[in-house]
Design a protein around this ligand. Structure first.
Ligand SMILES: Cc1cc2nc3c(=O)[nH]c(=O)nc-3n(C[C@H](O)[C@H](O)[C@H](O)COP(=O)(O)OP(=O)(O)OC[C@H]3O[C@@H](n4cnc5c(N)ncnc54)[C@H](O)[C@@H]3O)c2cc1C
Ligand code: SF4
Length: 334
């Protein structure tokens, strides 16, 4: 059995106290929300914080506010189950409800939060292992070692962005509100991530994600399709988020973002541009799906073979676009 190492747990009631505790404890402290990713990582000694600042008692971080007309805000401490079940999210931001509802298992969605999900660690077959396993293969540069075992000549880590909601929030044009010792700032989701398996967040460790805001839903349709081995619970090894503003039956704006194909969510900008001004016909869907598969360059470090994951991107983008068009999922493209 893997056990947690000893640590100090601090339980602030306000964001101000959380910031103070984090600042006082310094670099050896980490934030914990639901703990569904952090505690397993601590058991495997991937994270070794001496102090945890728990956000569960900070009520101001919880809840979904606003409307589809004005846009909504998701408190970072809102559970994934609450996000998935929220009527405004389900009706007007359906890709987000789908993605939140597909994260791991019901128990973990009742504990896991949307803030924890956007900050969740990157993953790799050589890293998400027990300490003894990692030691037996000599560790890797993401923790305790020097080289990358997937690409030994590489100066960087290629661990994979594995959040279900991150690509969806990016595709919906969400922004993240952060608060730190120097004050507050809001960044687009697209600016929250870095293409590095170790330093994957452009957020400082002493900054807290307060909320995630979504623009008005106004004419936008969205869909999310996920590949994983077990349908009951598993991290994505491919996630496809599509969002489009449709007027009549013509697409005016679109975003396509791929999850789990790189160390950050990967936008398929050329494919989205090809959708603008078009109707969602079968021909358009086939052409756009081909374009969207190009930036998908998975490595051999998660489940399934990487050539398969690359090939299936096209089919999954087509499926997501069919959902936007109201076409059946598995209709053969013409
Ligand atoms: C068996 C299993 C299956 C899983 N399957 C999936 C899956 O299919 N899809 C998926 O996306 N995830 C999956 N997860 C990971 C995890 O359950 C989710 O990502 C969850 O949303 C994490 O949220 P949390 O609140 O538990 O985060 P925590 O574990 O508490 O924290 C995760 C990270 O976020 C940081 N953090 C948390 N809140 C904040 C905040 N407000 N501000 C700044 N930093 C913060 C923490 O410091 C930590 O680094 C799985 C986990 C397990 C154990
Ligand atoms: S990509 Fe390389 S450095 Fe990163 S976790 Fe995997 S083996 Fe380690």
């Amino acid at each position: 059995m893997m056990r947690l190492p000893p640590f100090t747990y601090l339980a602030p009631r306000t964001v101000g106290d959380a910031l103070k505790y984090l600042g006082d404890a310094g670099p050896e402290a980490m934030l914990v929300a639901g703990g569904t990713d952090l505690y397993p990582n601590m058991k495997r000694r991937q994270f070794e914080p001496k102090t945890l600042v728990g956000l569960r008692g900070v009520r101001e971080l919880r809840g979904v506010r606003g409307s589809e007309r004005d846009g909504i805000s998701l408190g970072s401490g809102t559970t994934l189950a609450a996000v998935a079940a929220h009527p405004t999210v389900a009706q007007h931001y359906p890709a987000l409800a789908t993605a939140a509802g597909l994260v791991s298992s019901p128990q973990l969605r009742n504990m896991g939060t949307i803030g924890g999900n956007v900050c969740v660690d990157t993953r790799c077959n050589y890293y998400n292992q027990s300490y003894a396993w990692r030691k037996a293969i000599g560790f890797c540069m993401k923790k305790d070692g020097d080289i990358c075992l997937v690409a030994p000549g590489s100066p960087r880590c290629w661990a994979v962005s594995s959040s279900d909601t991150a690509p969806v929030l990016w595709s919906l044009g969400a922004r993240v509100r952060l608060v730190g010792p120097d004050g507050e700032r809001a960044v687009p989701m697209s600016a929250l991530y870095r293409d590095d398996g170790i330093e994957y967040l452009a957020k400082r460790p002493d900054e807290i994600v307060i909320e995630i805001t979504l623009p008005p839903a106004d004419g936008w349709r969205s869909a999310y399709v996920k590949l994983r081995r077990r349908g009951s619970f598993d991290f994505p090894v491919l996630g496809v988020a599509v969002a489009a503003r449709v007027e009549g039956d013509v697409v005016r704006e679109a975003r396509i973002v791929l999850g789990a194909v790189a160390s950050l969510p990967r936008e398929a900008a050329q494919a989205a541009a090809a959708l603008r001004g078009e109707r969602l016909t079968r021909e358009t869907i086939t052409r756009v799906a081909d374009l969207a598969a190009r930036p998908s360059k998975p490595l051999d470090n998660t489940d399934f073979s990487h050539p398969y994951r690359k090939n299936v991107t096209r089919a999954f983008v087509a499926r997501a676009l069919r959902r936007l068009a109201g076409l059946p999922d598995d209709e053969a493209p013409t």
